[in-house]
Design a protein around this ligand. Structure first.
Ligand code: GLY
Length: 425
């Protein structure tokens, strides 16, 4: 089978490594990829957000299966275009990808199908929003409807902040059309967890849970990022809770998408919160694998990963090869450019990769890296993900941090408290 992975981050390197082990793989391309994917696959230049460019490559190379990593190409209709050309795609239609691409769509779907989630009201008029906010209990969550590069959710601690957030989205158009509609949502308290299922639009195959670290500094300080580290599985998400989550959240949402005629063949990522009564509610859905959660989940999958992705894309998960989730624990630490998630410089040479990746049970996933001559240099905010897989969280954490200590680039920054809270599990 000839496969193309679309994307260039740590998630796509994890997908590439997972796919590369399959006995049914003949050739593996990544568009555009990074210095890590370049070692095990063929990087090809191209813009994932230009569906025509991707299609042309797929036709030219006679690709059998396209695996789409990030959300934006899916929201823009890449999977639809490829399916029109009878190509196999792992990734939902643009209609179904609205589950991530439109918070209003997701909230309405959840409300209609009674999927547990926070209460919310939808607004497009600032004055109506303002009078609604005035009497609300604090804090208040304001969410832009569309994709806003991770900046579209504001947790307002007072009414003025909530009003300002609504003003900047609805009146100042801070996020353009993505903020034409907003959600004013109740604030839920509890611990967050991510859960991932594969679905062909009818059947589902649960993978596992993970927890990530969104803030840039230790102790959850500083601004939000794409994710500074992660571990899997979540220690308190036991089988009983998983069964209940599948029954109350994932089965109904897959049923709802099918019933409403939205083709979903891919991975569904639930961003969930554990509320006081020990049940889970949906904070958000994403239409793709998590990043850096993929860097701890994919290494735990045993079996023919590509075979399963292909069955999802064929709409026939029932005939997928059997996979198993390892009982081991995985921890990943993100090595970021100094200044990330704000301004940062790139082009710094990275050293120590060989020593770090030669460690047993350690995998270095590249994200913002590129090869120039014989050197690997930084090219993004999140540069590398240092993952370790071991029998305990404590072992995995120790190994990941030891491997990270061998790596260096100028202004390198990483959190020192990833997986600290699960060390004794
Ligand atoms: N780690 C958060 C995300 O992938 O959206």
């Amino acid at each position: 089978m000839k496969v193309l992975v679309v994307g260039s981050g740590g998630r796509e390197h994890a997908l590439t490594i997972g796919i590369s082990k399959s006995p049914s793989l003949d050739r593996l391309f990544v568009m555009p990829g990074n210095a890590g994917t370049d070692e095990i696959a063929e990087n090809t230049p191209g813009n994932p957000e230009n569906p025509i460019e991707v299609l042309e490559f797929v036709k030219k190379e006679k690709i059998d299966l396209v695996v789409v990593g990030p959300e934006m190409p899916l929201v823009l209709g890449l999977a639809d275009l490829l399916r029109e050309e009878k190509k196999l795609v792992f990734g939902p239609s643009s209609d179904a990808a609205r589950i991530e691409g439109s918070k209003v769509f997701a909230k309405e779907l959840m409300t209609q199908y009674r999927i547990p989630t926070g209460k919310a009201r939808i607004f497009s008029d600032f004055n109506l929003t303002k009078s609604y906010i005035e009497n609300l209990k604090l804090p208040i969550v304001i969410k832009a409807d569309g994709l806003a590069a991770g900046k579209g959710v504001v947790i307002a601690r007072n009414h003025e902040e909530a009003e300002d957030a609504a003003y900047s989205m609805l009146i100042e158009k801070r996020f353009g059309d993505a903020g034409k509609k907003i959600l004013v949502e109740e604030f839920l308290t509890g611990e967050e967890v991510s859960f991932f299922v594969l679905t062909d639009g009818k059947e589902l195959l649960p993978l596992t849970s993970a927890q990530d670290y969104k803030r840039v500094y230790d102790g959850d300080e500083g601004p939000n990022t794409g994710g500074m580290g992660s571990y899997a599985p979540c220690p308190w998400m036991k089988n009983e809770m998983i069964d209940e989550t599948l029954e109350k959240i994932f089965e109904p949402v897959i049923y709802a998408l099918k019933k409403e005629g939205h083709l979903y063949q891919g991975v569904l990522y639930g961003g969930l919160i554990r509320t006081d009564d020990d049940s889970l509610k949906v904070l958000e859905f994403n239409c793709r694998f998590g990043d850096p959660e993929s860097q701890v989940i994919i290494p735990l999958i045993e079996g023919d990963f590509l075979g399963v992705l292909a069955s999802v894309a064929e709409g026939d998960l029932k005939k997928a090869p059997k996979i198993r989730l390892s009982k081991k624990k995985a921890v990943t630490v993100v090595l970021a450019s100094g200044g990330y998630p704000e301004n940062y410089r790139t082009g710094f040479e990275i050293s120590g990769l060989e020593k770090a990746s030669s460690m047993k049970e350690v995998i270095i996933f590249h994200a913002g890296t590129k090869r120039i001559g014989g050197k690997v240099v930084t090219s993004g905010g999140r540069v590398l993900n240092v993952t370790a897989v071991a029998p305990t969280y404590a072992d995995a954490r120790k190994k990941a941090y030891e491997a990270a200590s061998y790596i260096f680039f100028e202004n390198m920054h990483y959190r020192k408290d990833i997986a600290e809270r699960v060390m004794n599990h």
